[in-house]
Design a protein around this ligand. Structure first.
Ligand SMILES: Cc1cc2nc3c(=O)[nH]c(=O)nc-3n(C[C@H](O)[C@H](O)[C@H](O)COP(=O)(O)O)c2cc1C
Length: 367
């Protein structure tokens, strides 16, 4: 029986105790304003700690905004001030006591920003003149959906300021005790908006050609890598496809899996250690393909084409399925999202089923 799932994974000087990792998941549970805005709360501690006690080797905290305007909702986590750093430090310290590695996803939601929590009015846009609303920014003045506020098009100076915010956020994340920095370049967030011709209609050096559209992503990677220690890894989450160009029934031009492979090669040369391969999110009406492990082939193709480490995510729910993804060399680790919400002890369950081992709290040694 292949037990790769339960073996440690080393990236630079960091050892992650197993290959079952928690995917970043927004909780929309931070204060929207006041001194503690964007700071993690007891909810975040409980939510993340439960999965660490459950045995996940790496805990990726949710999309955490590099600036107030970078939050997708007013209730997002942020890492733009020292109050937030102190609150995160409590959580990262606890995760480490459970043997898990704490990671953070650094994010800017771009034109998708200023929306309600997903369970309130289905996450409707909050208009700039409503309480807690603001005007989002994007590569181009193109709204995400017909209901969304049209974003302000970023100037080149504005783009450079956000690159700096990513670097500042990474420095704070390190001070907060995180050991993995993941850059959120997927799901129609700002970096993805720049990458995709669907979101980026610019005619300056940050748009147009493939090289122009990836420039912002490369600058963010360079800025984060410059402040993130040599001995710790940087991940990049990408939407391998927008599901536009790759859908024969959709004539809109988008970001493709071939683009993703080209981008990964650029990142490889710039010190990105692992590609976290997701899909979708640039357009509300793109037809998304789904089903068990539906995104795994995209992870596999990046791994095959570049030799880079990759994590696969998306409807990975069954221990045998997870084991087989790794055994077949399709990915180096699996990220679980909703299945870990349903069962924080999934890693323990998988270990029992497959004959492996994960760290269990000493307090539970008789269970
Ligand atoms: C409640 C919830 C919140 C999410 N928030 C984020 C996020 O903050 N950042 C991100 O990159 N993906 C986010 N996702 C996507 C997940 O990380 C994951 O890629 C997706 O749910 C597919 O994996 P699954 O089928 O195991 O849930 C979220 C998903 C859910 C269900």
């Amino acid at each position: 029986m292949d037990t790769t799932l339960f073996t440690p994974y080393r990236l630079r000087s960091l050892t992650i105790p197993n290959r079952i990792w928690m995917a970043p998941m927004c909780q929309y549970s931070a204060a929207p304003d006041g001194d503690a805005a964007g700071a993690p709360t007891d909810w975040h501690l409980t939510h993340l700690a439960a999965r660490a006690s459950g045995g996940a080797g790496l805990i990726l905290a949710e999309a955490t905004a590099v600036s107030p305007e970078g939050r997708i909702s007013p209730y997002d986590l942020g890492i733009w001030n020292d109050t937030q750093v102190a609150a995160f430090r409590r959580i990262t310290s606890f995760l480490k006591t459970q043997g898990s590695v704490p990671g953070i996803q650094l994010a800017h939601a771009g034109r998708k920003a200023s929306t309600e929590r997903t369970w309130v009015d289905r996450g409707r846009p909050i208009a700039p003149d409503e309480p807690h609303g603001w005007t989002p920014v994007g590569p181009s003045a193109l709204p995400f959906s017909p209901e969304s506020t049209t974003p302000d098009e970023l100037t080149e100076e504005g783009v450079r300021a956000i690159v700096q915010q990513f670097a500042d956020a990474a420095r704070r994340a390190l001070a907060a005790g995180f050991q993995v920095a993941e850059i959120h370049g997927a799901h129609g967030y700002l970096i993805h908006e720049f990458l995709s011709p669907h979101g980026n209609h610019r005619t300056d050096g940050y748009g147009g050609s493939f090289e122009g559209r990836i420039r912002f992503a490369l600058e963010v990677v360079d800025a984060v890598r410059a402040v993130w220690p040599e001995e710790l890894p940087v991940f990049f989450r990408v939407s391998a496809t927008d599901w536009l160009s790759e859908n024969p029934n959709d004539d809109r031009e988008g970001w493709t899996s071939e683009d993703t492979v080209r981008l990964a090669k650029e990142f490889q040369a710039r010190g990105v250690d692992l590609m976290d391969i997701s899909t979708g999110g640039i357009a509300p009406d793109a037809r998304v393909e789904s089903g068990p492990g539906y995104q795994v082939p995209f992870a596999e193709s990046v791994r095959d084409a570049t030799g880079m480490p990759v994590a696969a995510v998306g409807l990975i729910t069954d221990p045998i399925q997870a084991r087989d993804i790794l055994a077949a060399g399709k990915a180096d680790a699996v990220l679980l999202g909703r299945e870990l919400l349903r069962d924080p002890y999934w890693p323990r369950r998988a270990a029992a089923e497959l004959g492996g081992q994960v760290t269990t709290p000493v307090q539970y040694h008789r269970a």
